[in-house]
Write a protein that binds this ligand. Structure first.
Ligand code: FAD
Ligand code: SF4
Length: 331
């Protein structure tokens, strides 16, 4: 049996100092991913520091109109918060497309950002996996890779990031606020998660001693024109094969601003500013959306079993943009 100690902390400074001096300690939020990883013997923390008593469980509107979501606000409380529903319905939709009500009631905002890949081999210690054991190899390359990446993969790892919420946060251009004993910093969402390269064991640019304190949303929430479409094997309780979050600002019949992020296709939510730029100052048409899909999927490459994802992603991008723009979508 694996032995670990358990502490609770109600004070941010105390938690950060504790973490700096502890070896092999992990923060625990809702525990919905970390506990599974401990049971599978993939994570072996010597200590769990329960951060649920920290004062990070509020959604607050800032003076400049930004919305600050504390790291301990549960996924359910974010999705159903009146300000999120009114100003960022794209985020509510994405969260409600994920997991189950029970899981969303436990899962926290910080924990969702740091949930680990659902690659089958990552959870199976009998197999080689560079993310779990650097240098051991990647069993998914040439193996079962139906769920795996078509963009941004490397010869070391072809895993995808599993979150729905993060796809919406990428399209919304959120900022992640983090704190350590050295102070606070803000990480733009596009720089938070990493591509695997030759260090797939590192999912994000967060340091071990840093605590996520909040996620901040900019004023523009695409409340009028947005879409989140998730395609999966079952209609609930399944991770995305492909998901697309789209947000448009349309004035006088022309698109003024566009943000699109893809989930289920890469090691991080996938954006390509060149594709978004194609939409600006244009009339929304299906022909334009087809060109945007081609641009977004530049360099897409299948791994064998997941080749179907390229055509699937193309179709879901076009459908999501049509839905966001209010064009007729075939049922
Ligand atoms: C059966 C099942 C189905 C699921 N389906 C989906 C789905 O369809 N879509 C989807 O998006 N998700 C899905 N999930 C994943 C779920 O959303 C995540 O497990 C959850 O969001 C993780 O949040 P948590 O608070 O429980 O994290 P925890 O398990 O507590 O922590 C996860 C990681 O984050 C770290 N951590 C937590 N909080 C902080 C913080 N504030 N600062 C620094 N580090 C921190 C922990 O140390 C740990 O490494 C599913 C999960 C399960 C079990
Ligand atoms: S894809 Fe990544 S997580 Fe999966 S087996 Fe390969 S190295 Fe491990």
């Amino acid at each position: 049996m694996m032995q670990f100690t358990y502490q609770r902390s109600a004070d941010i400074t105390g938690a950060l100092h504790h973490m700096r001096n502890a070896s092999a300690a992990k923060f625990i939020g809702g525990g919905t991913n970390l506990l599974d990883l401990i049971k599978a013997d993939v994570e072996r923390p010597a200590e769990l520091l329960d951060i649920n008593p920290l004062p990070l469980d509020q959604v607050t509107e800032q003076d400049d109109g930004h919305l600050r979501i504390g790291a301990l606000v549960t996924n359910s409380d974010v999705a159903w918060h009146p300000l999120v529903e009114a100003r960022y319905p794209l985020l509510s939709r994405a969260i409600l497309a994920g997991a189950s009500p029970q899981l969303r009631n436990m899962a926290t905002t910080g924990g969702n950002l740091l949930q680990r890949t659902r690659c089958y081999y990552f959870y199976d210690k009998a197999t080689a996996c560079n993310k779990r054991e650097p240098g051991s190899g990647c069993s998914a390359i040439g193996g079962c890779n139906r769920m795996h990446a078509i963009l941004g993969a490397s010869p070391s790892c072809i895993a995808v990031h599993p979150s729905d919420m993060c796809v919406a946060l990428a399209a919304l251009e959120a900022e992640v606020r983090v704190q350590s004993c050295e102070g606070e910093r803000a990480i733009p969402f596009a720089d938070f998660h990493r591509l695997p390269g030759d260090t797939p064991e590192r999912d994000t640019n967060l340091r071990e001693d840093e605590l996520i304190t909040a996620v901040e949303l900019p004023v523009e929430g695409f409340a009028q024109h947005h879409s989140y479409i998730k395609v999966r094997d079952r209609s609930s309780y399944a991770f995305a094969l492909v998901s697309v979050a789209s947000g448009l600002v349309i004035e006088n019949g022309l698109i003024q601003k566009a943000r699109i992020a893809l989930g289920g296709v890469a090691h991080k939510p996938w954006r390509r500013p060149e594709a978004e730029a194609l939409l600006e100052h244009q009339q929304p048409t299906e022909a334009l959306f087809k060109a945007v899909a081609e641009e977004l999927l530049q360099g897409a490459e299948g791994q064998g079993q997941n080749n179907f994802k390229i055509e699937l992603a193309r179709r879901v991008i076009i459908r999501s943009l049509k839905e966001a723009a209010g064009l007729e979508v075939a049922s």
